[in-house]
Design a protein around this ligand. Sequence first.
Ligand code: RUB
Length: 353
Amino acid sequence: MDTLTTLTKRWRSEQLMLPIWWEEGNLYLLDQRAFPFKKEVIHVSSLGILESAIRTMQIRGSGAIGLCGAYGLYLASRDEECTLSSLSEVAQVLISTRPTAINLSKTIHEILKFCEKSDLSLQEAIEQIVVIVLERQLTFERTLGAYGASLIDDGDSVLTHCHSGAYAGSGYGGRALSVIRAAWDMGKKIHVYVSETRPYLQGARITAFELGQLGIPCTLITDSSAAFLMQQGKIQKIVVGSDRVAGNGDLVNKIGTYMHALSANYHGIPFYTATSSHTIDFTLQDGLGCPIEYRDANEVKQIRGVPIALDETKAIYPSFDITPNVLIHGIITEKGVILAPYTKNLQVLKQEN
Ligand code: RUB
């Protein structure tokens, strides 16, 4: 079995685009706030640096922050005085950094549970389970990508929102871009519309950049252009990622997702979310029960530090929204494409949780 060091080496040789990695005894991540103009590497020499990187969205995306939780526990376990109880405290701090994407808390709880049962030392146990978590996530991305690609036709223009790609996941394609990447690799001549995703601009800064690196043709649009392009017959499919999916199939994802789903529904365009079993929250009967993160409203009043509104202007910044299951054509997972009725059909993923 790989260690974290050998896993990174192997993944590098597979040309994966890693958002966070372990190398020569140190943890590193790419500062996604610097994209697309610079690739700035942050040396994560302490838990405080990691915690702040998640809170300030130097690293973001549901899959990637789940991996941050895993690496954070590993970092903590390298302290000789680390115990299961001090690890639980670290876990609480990490979980508190971002409330909506469920991968963070689920991954952390899975690791703590594994450690409680393991006969290995805490550090060895955590390294073993972190490698398992990383490998599994990459496998999920590739598998769900292949299932999702079957829904995309040659010649389609696909709209995606926010950034659900390699840098938001383990390094292959996250979720939505795994589908797009797999379709492209199958030889389907597709084109991607990328909505910019105000205010952090994940679409403009990261999705367009990543698609460019893969050589997949894409066009950047403002978030508000999507309905018009659908009306003009320019968009054939919509594929987005997922921060959490409730047991009934309601989707919690980046703010603006709901608006795209409503437009798609009106125009009869299939709207899909790509996800995996560890993002389904079976404790949530519907999406309305999901905690929605509100971020600093000042981010709405500026674009990359440049003010666009008066200081006294009031703003609000809900970071995620809830798309009701009736607007979702299918849920792409590592076990195939799940169709409605979701409460019943998602059960196939339950044992994975
Ligand atoms: C990220 C976001 C992405 C999801 C889905 O939000 O909403 O659409 O994480 O991507 P933020 P994936 O940028 O605020 O973290 O399903 O691939 O994780």
